[in-house]
Write a protein that binds this ligand. Structure first.
Ligand code: HEC
Length: 204
């Protein structure tokens, strides 16, 4: 009788343990989903997978978007990106204009010139200011993924049909070769970064 009770007790324990294990596995899947949802939540409700965000971060870092879209801090070694203002484009407060002196210098010397922080560039095409590409509405916060793909594939500002062409030195003719998935990943990553308000001046 004692043996029967011991066996029955063990059986109950095993069943309890098995059921509990399954429960834990189900909970974990639910938690993982929530974690992905959490990443996506920062991108204003858009559904981006964690893989896209990781890939996007990798691409943005190797494609050098910071070179032109992030203002710099000057060091003895040269300019380094100011990550507290990452991707705000040319700061609205920083004056860099195309005056007659610059115009004649560009023409006479046959050169193009950058502002010290490399967020503005002047050359034979005029003067262009790097765009705000943060998730703010003054950046690409209100853009759809399709607009972003069109902008980088076809060089159309705002990624719309009836807009002006994107000016140099934005290297969209190289970026147009990125796959759809890569462009989507770049968009996902930029949308997941904090919004920063900065109204970039129009080109001259
Ligand atoms: C060599 C400088 C340079 C680099 C590198 C660069 N950009 Fe740009 N980008 C610019 C400039 C300048 C403009 C604005 C051109 C204009 O006004 O027509 C611009 C415009 C854009 C626009 C269009 C904004 C709009 O309002 O239509 C997007 C989107 C953009 N860049 C995304 C990126 C991304 C993403 C990367 C990295 C993968 C990148 N850029 C790398 C210089 C650069």
């Amino acid at each position: 009788m004692k043996t029967f009770f011991t066996s029955a007790f063990c059986l109950i324990c095993t069943l309890f343990w098995l059921t509990n294990c399954q429960q834990t596995a189900t909970d974990k899947t639910a938690t993982d989903k929530t974690a992905t949802g959490g990443d996506a939540a920062s991108a204003e409700g858009a559904q981006f997978t964690s893989e896209a965000l990781v890939r996007g971060e990798y691409l943005v870092n190797v494609l050098g978007c910071d070179d032109c879209h992030t203002p710099k801090t000057m060091t003895p070694q040269g300019p380094i990106p100011d990550m507290s203002r990452r991707f705000i484009g040319h700061p609205a407060t920083e004056v860099f204009v195309l005056d007659d002196e610059k115009k004649s210098f560009i023409k006479k010397e046959n050169v193009s010139i950058f502002s010290p922080g490399m967020t503005a560039a002047a050359g034979p095409w005029g003067l262009s200011y790097a765009a705000n590409i943060t998730s703010d509405v003054t950046g690409i916060g209100a853009w759809t993924e399709a607009q972003f793909i069109k902008a980088l594939r076809e060089g159309k500002t705002k990624g719309l049909d009836d807009t002006r062409p994107i000016l140099p030195p934005m290297p969209w003719p190289s970026y147009r070769n990125l796959s759809d998935d890569d462009l989507k990943a770049v968009f996902a990553y930029l949308q997941a970064l904090p919004p920063q308000r900065n109204v970039v001046p129009p080109p001259m």
